[in-house]
Every structure is written in C-alpha cells, then in structure tokens.
Design a protein. Structure first.
Length: 389
C-alpha cells in the first residue's frame, strides 16, 4: 500500500516552525544560486545584444579583442568595395571604420579610478547601429573634439554631463550628448570621431571595421572572398553577435565559477539543515512509523513518504528563492569586462533556463538532505517503534 499524500501534507503542517526554517534555508541558497546565474546571463545578454545579426565585424586574425586588433586604411578601403556590403542612405558603403582605446575616469560612488572604452567611429555608425539613440543634447560633429557618452557612463562617472569637458589623449573633449543604447555594451562607451581620436592617441591604424550585409545569407560568400584576397588574408571576419558573445565568455565563466563555489558552501549547510530536520521528524514520529508499518505499509512506502516530504520542502524553498531572485531584475551592476579591460554595466537577467536550473538544484538538495533520514525511518523495527510510546 502507498501512504496517501494527505498524510505527508498534514505532517508538514503539524511541524510548521521547522518546516518554515528549512524552507527558508533552502530559499536563501537557491536565491544565491539563481542570482549568480542571472548575473552571468545578464552579462552575456548585454554583450550579445550589442551585436546585430545583420552586421559583420572585421579584425586582425587571432586578435582577441578590438584593443589589440589593427586594420590599415588601405585594407579598410578594400572592405568598402565588397559587393555584399549594404549601402547607406547617402549611397556610400554602410561601413564604420572604428578605433577603440581605453581611458581612466573617476567613479561617483567610490571615487576610485576605472577604465572606460572610447570608440572612434565613422559617419555611418549611427545608421549602422540604430539602437544607439541620443536622449540628451545632440550627436557630435565629425572633424571636432566633441563626444557622446553612453548612459551607463553618465550615471556612474564624475564630470560626465552635457557641456562638460573630459581630458584624455592630450586634448580636451566636449560632451555634447548622452545616448541610450538599450542596455547593450554601447551604454558603457564614449563615442567620437575616429580620425580625431587616432590623431590624439597617435594611432595610424583602425581597430576594426563593422558593416551591414545586404543579406544575412551573404556572410559566407564575403568571408570566402576576403580569405582568398592577398590584401585581406591577415583579417578575420565574424558575425557581430558571435564576436560579442565571445567577449562575454571569460567574464561569464569567472562569475559562474565564483558563484558556484559560494553556492556549494551554502548548499552543504542547507542540506545538513534539511537532514537534521528530517532526522528530528523521524525521531518525533517513531510511533507513527511503527503504526504505519503495523497497518501493512511497506518499508519502501515509508521511505518514499519521508523523501517526498523533503523534496516538497526543497521545491517550495526553491520557488521562494527564485521569486526573491526575480527582484534582482530591477538592479544593474558594473564590473571590469575581461574582453575589453574596461567598465561595463549590465543587469540581472532571469530566463526559463535559470529558473529550471535553480529548481533542479533545489530538488537535488531535497533528495540528498532527505534520503538518509528516510532510510532510517523505513528501517525502524515495528515492535521497537510501537514501544517508543
């Protein structure tokens, strides 16, 4: 015979205090676990969404980031002649020659210095990336020392406002606008004229070139042509989203590993707590177990009943932990991106995958924490259990 589910539910309700304490412990561990997964997912989403599926980026072959990539002017001109490059509204190739450098600014909260990416772009950059919208002030004028800053930079760093002047590259740069890039990586960048920035930093070459494909299916064709052309064999073509996904991998992996170490320590404590709770339940319900066995319920039924109790506690705690973690979606943090060695702001991202993994983690804690007490309950001798009264 199977023990009815109502018995399991009444047992949990009868021990409301210990049930609540165990549930709270599991919830806190799952909250930490889900928060770590959301943090890594938020970083990945921010950088992947920075790229467009219709755009391709060209860097020097084997360059891990734009900071160490080099593309000379002649090679950039070759890229503009490729038939797969879409045309801008003015009829010119929709391609942006870009240079990326890193400067130091002071944070508002800590007054500490941090790296910030400065991206020099071509006039086609705003049409190439329509998600980069000016929300305050205006766009910078090419040929001048004017710049536009991303929203994350304006919020987190000192002296960054419309009309302010920033000193870097041996020159003064006037902030004429603040841009909203929709929570992508461009929110953590400063944009200016590529040629002006190259002159200020003494760089004779570009870092990368990004262009819009006439059709997404033409990527392989233009990649094969560039590899066959002796003038561009030193270059590597990637889809823009793939490039930014690669940029997020190192940092996301670090966050996951660090978080998993912390979560593992907490989970051991939670499982021990659940185990103690279930052992206490077995000790206080010895007569009940003996009565169940005397009524004809088999050992495996008793084992299953106690194990289900533990799993139900874990699932309820896991759901509560995920619910608490979902509130983190309203928070944004910033850290050093290992790919660009500069500040990047991003939020916690809750996804179905995060919820599933968090609940599976909770169930595992419930099974591990409840298995040994369940085995003990199932092995109680009927006569000795009934005499315990």
């Amino acid at each position: 015979m199977r023990i009815p589910f109502s018995y399991i539910w009444r047992s949990l309700w009868a021990r409301r205090l210990t049930t609540a304490l165990t549930l709270g412990g599991v919830a806190l561990v799952v909250f930490v676990f889900a928060g770590v997964l959301m943090l890594a997912r938020g970083l990945e989403a921010t950088l992947v969404e920075t790229g467009s599926p219709d755009n391709a980026i060209v860097l020097r072959r084997s360059a891990g980031s734009e900071l160490v990539s080099q593309i000379d002017r002649g090679t950039a001109s070759v890229l503009e002649t490729q038939p797969e490059v879409a045309s801008a509204k003015d009829g010119r190739p929709l391609l942006s020659r870009e240079v990326v450098v890193v400067i130091n600014l002071y944070k508002k909260t800590t007054n500490g210095m941090s790296n910030v990416s400065v991206r020099g772009v071509s006039p086609q950059a705003f049409e190439l990336r329509p998600g980069f919208r000016i929300t305050q002030g205006r766009a910078f004028q090419f040929g001048t020392h004017e710049i536009v800053v991303g929203e994350n930079i304006a919020q987190r760093f000192q002296g960054v406002a419309v009309g302010a002047e920033l000193l870097f590259g041996g020159d003064r740069w006037t902030v004429v606008g603040i841009a909203d890039a929709g929570g992508t990586g461009f929110d953590s960048e400063i944009w200016g004229d590529a040629d002006q920035l190259m002159q200020a930093f003494g760089r004779p070459v570009y870092s990368s070139a990004t262009f819009r494909l006439r059709a997404a299916g033409q990527f392989d064709a233009v990649k094969a042509r560039l590899q066959a052309d002796p003038r561009s064999q030193s270059l590597e073509l990637k889809r823009e989203q793939d490039f930014y996904r690669e940029q997020s991998q190192a940092m996301a992996k670090f966050i996951k590993i660090l978080g998993l170490v912390v979560t593992t320590i907490f989970s051991v404590g939670a499982m021990i707590g659940a185990m103690i709770t279930m052992y206490a339940a077995v000790a206080s319900r010895t007569v009940e177990v003996g009565t169940l066995r005397a009524l004809g319920f088999q050992r495996r039924s008793v084992l299953t009943a106690f194990l289900v109790e533990s799993v139900l506690l874990a699932i309820a705690g896991g759901a509560a932990g995920v619910g608490l973690a979902s509130l983190l979606s309203f928070a944004r943090v910033s850290t050093l991106n290992f790919g660009s060695f500069s500040e990047i702001g991003f939020g916690f991202a809750l996804s179905p995958g995060v919820v599933t993994r968090a609940l599976i983690f909770a169930v595992v804690m419930g099974v591990v924490g409840g298995f040994l007490p369940a085995v003990r309950a199932a092995r109680l001798n009927i006569v000795n259990a009934l005499r315990a009264s």
